[in-house]
Design a protein around this ligand. Sequence first.
Ligand code: GAR
Length: 192
Amino acid sequence: LPKLGILGSGSGSNCQSIYDAIQSGSLRAEIAVVMSDNPDAYILERARSWGIPAEVIDCGGFKTRFPEESQASVAARLKQYGVDCVCLAGFMRLVKLPLLKEFPSRILNIHPSLLPAFPGLHAWEQAVNAGAAESGCTVHYVDDGMDTGPILGQARVPVLPGDTPESLHARIQEQEHTLYPAMIARVLETLA
Ligand code: GAR
């Protein structure tokens, strides 16, 4: 089975949806390791509860930077686990060359907007503030930019009257949880 390495910084609901898709047989893969830059992230708890290795990424005390040395050591760790495809799932640091070069066209991300609209942080809040009529989520290959890599697939949701950033995010996340496992399955077929 192809091996996934999942990187996240937060609750890990997308990681959960990947795990559930594997359990239900709709995604033929295994999660080899879950890594987080946030030692308190619930995504690590989830991994431990599944008996999957959960590792903390040492970012040298930097709040938002992802230092080159950290990226190189993450790449080495992922290689040790035999990871074929890296899935960013709510990972809040920018991946650059030291990691990218070790997994060419094998790092995916999910972003909570219809890219190229609203890249960056709090995309759901950006959509509400901009008065957008619709938003959604995008799965894309990761490149050197911020949320700029080639797009694999998108799912759309309406922005409803009275939506708050939180209510829109919840609607987007529902779509994320089916889109991401489906796009991962598609990418793994191309690697096979
Ligand atoms: C998801 O909505 C994901 O699209 C977003 O963070 C959330 C993580 O939720 N990612 C970004 O904003 C990346 N810039 P989760 O931890 O429950 O999967």
